[in-house]
Design a binder for this molecule. Structure first.
Ligand SMILES: [Fe+2]
Length: 385
């Protein structure tokens, strides 16, 4: 399973304005904080794996009294480090150069299943240390393997600026912390993989349309990508974003109920043919209405051709009465359809399609959402800005 995490191009630093409870003097002193984290984590199934790891390493800084706490996820090849700096916690991310890579003590811990500790990193000429550790001027490091159900998920590392020897009790506690953290990560990965499999099933469904209209499945993928970015930019919850994704992927599924000659007609459609085409949102919604995990996508599918001014179809809904997901998907759907070549016309340029979206703000499209869509398009055109 891959996540958006692996797309991050380089090391990033994010400062989080959070007051610390004060450095713990003993390893494992604030175990109640960790217990509270774990019980919250169980209740929050919407959290991404990335979010689970960040929360865990930041909580473990309080619990361990370490100056830095990092998790290297082996499959993703990413290190997520949280460290104390002037009373705040700072996040750093590194790709590939991690404590789970070959030649590190983390890799040794991962390979043997036995925790590894180094008293003075600067004097260790045997093992490799990632730049995140070297640049943080850490003296001591302790690595615990993150394993669960026979899976080696990665390595949990505690880092200290002053040389520090971990006692037997510290190591025993570290094993327990790493085990419970591996459980939380593994649960999160299972949820993510389940979601990913469902999305692939949905995409397979839309490919069944290819026999009738070869462009539809590619169109659906592009509309899904643009709609997802738009929904995330609007600050929607992960569950709302997921509904938009499913709705965007399946918005034209109902075209399976429209005859191929009408879908691929080169000339202009007559009134009867238009009436047939306009049935596709209702047909699509009916096909999936009894699929439990697609229930939130049904309004998106049914209403993606409604217009802000009430002149759309199938129900002529107006303004805020149009479901939010449908108001979102309708914009990338319109934009992408214009940039595709169709049997009856050549593809429009990006500039012309964007201009046509702008001209329909407040008539076809929700003004607030359309403006966000246009600002995203502008950003993609000028990535340096
Ligand atoms: Fe459509």
């Amino acid at each position: 399973m891959k996540d958006t995490l692996v797309e991050k191009p380089k090391t990033t630093t994010t400062k989080r304005p959070r007051r610390l409870r004060g450095a713990a003097s003993r390893f494992g002193e604030n175990l109640d904080v960790w217990a509270a984290y774990l019980s919250n984590e169980k209740a929050d199934s919407e959290e991404t794996t990335e979010g689970v790891v960040w929360k865990a390493v930041e909580t473990l800084i309080d619990v361990s009294g370490a100056d830095g706490c990092a998790v290297a996820l082996a499959d993703w090849g990413v290190e997520m480090l949280s460290e104390r700096r002037n009373g705040d916690l700072v996040r750093k991310t590194s790709l590939r150069d991690t404590m789970a890579a070959r030649g590190t003590i983390g890799h040794k811990a991962l390979r043997t299943g036995v925790p590894q500790a180094v008293y003075e990193v600067g004097r260790d000429n045997v093992h490799h240390y990632p730049d995140l550790v070297r640049n943080g001027r850490y003296s001591s490091a302790a690595c615990f393997p993150l394993g669960h159900r026979g899976r080696s998920l990665g390595v949990l590392t505690f880092l200290y600026h002053k040389p520090r020897r971990l006692e037997r009790r510290d190591k025993d506690l570290g094993v327990i912390l790493a085990h419970s953290m591996a459980l939380a990560i593994d649960n999160s990965l299972l949820v993510s993989e389940g979601k990913q499999n469902r999305l692939l099933t949905v995409q397979a469904l839309i490919r069944s349309l290819e026999a009738k209209d070869s462009e539809t499945s590619y169109h659906s993928l592009r509309v899904t990508q643009h709609s997802t970015v738009l929904a995330e930019e609007m600050g929607l919850s992960p569950r709302q974003v997921e509904a938009v994704q499913y709705g965007a992927t399946l918005h034209d599924l109902g075209k399976i109920g429209v005859l191929g000659p009408i879908l691929n007609k080169k000339g202009k459609l007559d009134e009867d043919e238009l009436a047939v085409i306009r049935r596709h949102p209702v047909i699509g919604a009916r096909i999936v209405e009894n699929v439990d995990y697609l229930s939130a996508a049904v309004p998106v599918i049914r209403h993606h051709h409604e217009r802000w001014d009430g002149e759309g179809y199938p129900d002529g809904l107006r303004g805020g009465k149009i479901p939010l997901g449908a108001r979102i998907v309708s914009i990338p759907d319109f934009y992408d359809a214009l940039t595709m070549s169709r049997p009856y016309r050549a593809a429009y340029s990006h500039e012309k399609a964007v201009r046509m979206v702008r001209e329909r703000i407040g008539t076809a499209f929700d003004p607030d959402i359309a403006k966000i869509f246009l600002s995203i398009q502008e950003g993609w055109k000028n990535p340096a800005q």
